[in-house]
Ligand binder design. Structure first.
Ligand SMILES: Cc1ncc(COP(=O)(O)O)c(C=O)c1O
Length: 402
């Protein structure tokens, strides 16, 4: 097929840098700190089996097509879930999506023209970068430090931007970010919403990890801050998912947004998949209403906190002189910088030989990557595997200097 047969965006598209690591996962005995997978051992299989049985037995025919907006019963259940997170909504404020990845894709379709500017917290979730790249967006990197997006830098960049360099939106994962593990402080949350209102851009708040907190601290979602400033002109669109809390195989996510955004995203979704699988949605409702959701999250939080602490102490003990990192307060990821002058891609080659995987940080930058950085996920391997994985990593580090 001649290249020109493909659309401009797909003539030479780059695949997901993380999915490109998948072949290594089949290496026998590999320990992976690479993927963003929740732990399969924490899936509530019994609860989900009951939910599947109830879903199939429901008088509503969930083997039939459903409304593009999502099943009303699921949207009602999500209203309750949102209230528990501090977000006041009604069912008409919610669009059910096929994973939160689709919600982001719909936002990209509905808001962006080729060449539009988007600000991206950096390091950033690679599938967001990929989606923006394919849409032909221009991206400005907004650095993240230990308190999340650097709002002082953001304010500076905004104040220097001319009209065409102002963003349509900023993309951020403000709570237990993928990949940085950081959480945007309370003060920065207000500042970020204030800047969005002042300069007239939107905030895409991607929140798949917010419930996986290791502490009692609860920060208001950006969406709630935006709603309290001006309910009708809330600049925040909120995305979330059951992927990290129940099971990614359900492919159930959602978007909370003002009616004019939701209506357009619903139309965009009509041509994307008509509707999110009604059977998946019904399973999700049965599960959410079964009373097992919060106990299941509690179990996951305890286990992930243990895995994170195990990883942090093993890294401190064995690689304290070679790596700098901070412990996240929730979620699934730890971000690290190599301090001995080596780059993460070189380390990765030795890590593969030592049978352990991580993601070199370059995958998380739209451009000018910091090659000394890397992401570890502590969610999928258990504590024993984590200790062994860090041993192997230490072997890989030693090989760098031979
Ligand atoms: C920040 C972030 N957003 C969105 C997603 C996509 O999640 P979903 O499975 O809901 O599509 C992920 C998955 O890893 C993620 O880390």
């Amino acid at each position: 097929m001649p290249l020109t047969s493909f659309s401009a965006a797909f003539q030479n598209p780059a695949g997901s840098p993380i999915r490109e690591l998948f072949p290594y996962l089949s290496q026998p005995g590999i320990i992976s700190f690479a993927g963003g997978y929740p732990s399969s051992s924490l899936f509530d299989s019994l609860g989900l089996r009951h939910a599947c049985e109830s879903a199939i037995a429901t008088p509503f025919n969930c083997l039939q097509y459903g409304a593009t907006e999502g099943l009303p019963v699921l949207r009602e259940a999500l209203v309750e879930l949102m209230a528990a997170r501090g977000i006041a909504t009604g069912i008409n404020d919610i669009l059910v999506t096929t994973g939160s990845q689709q919600a982001f894709d719909l936002i990209v379709k509905v808001f962006l023209n080729q060449g539009d500017m988007v600000y991206v917290e950096t390091p950033a979730y690679p599938a967001a970068i990929q989606g923006l790249r394919l849409a032909g967006a221009r991206m400005t990197q907004i650095p993240v430090d230990c308190d999340g997006v650097d709002v002082v830098r953001l304010a500076e960049i905004l104040s220097q931007a001319n009209e065409t360099d102002l963003p349509k939106f900023i993309y951020t994962v403000p709570t237990f970010s993928n990949p940085s593990g950081t959480t945007l402080s309370s003060q920065r949350r207000s500042t970020l919403v204030g800047l969005a209102l002042q300069y007239g851009f939107m905030i895409v708040e991607d929140d798949p990890y917010g419930e996986l907190s290791f502490t009692e601290e609860r920060l208001l979602p950006l969406f709630s801050i935006g709603a309290s400033t001006s309910k009708s002109e809330n600049p925040v669109v909120y995305l979330s998912s059951l992927s990290k809390t129940v099971a990614p195989g359900l492919r159930v996510g959602w978007m909370v947004a003002p009616p004019d955004v939701l209506r357009r995203c619903t139309i965009a979704k009509q041509t994307s998949d008509l509707c999110t699988s009604p059977i998946s949605q019904q399973i999700a409702v049965e599960y959410l209403l079964s009373g097992r959701y919060f106990p299941c999250i509690l179990r996951a939080k305890i286990e992930y906190k243990l895995r994170m602490s195990t990883m942090a102490s093993a890294l401190h003990k064995q690689l304290g002189d070679d790596l700098k990192f901070s412990e996240p307060k929730g979620g699934m990821f730890m971000w690290a910088s190599i301090t001995n002058g080596c780059d993460a891609k070189a380390l990765f080659k030795h890590a593969v030989t030592a049978n352990v995987l991580f993601v070199p940080g370059a995958a998380f930058y739209p451009e000018n990557p910091d090659e000394m950085t890397l992401r570890f996920s502590f969610a999928a391997p258990d504590s024993e595997q984590i200790k062994e994985g860090v041993n192997r990593l230490s072997t890989a580090f030693k090989k760098l200097f031979i």
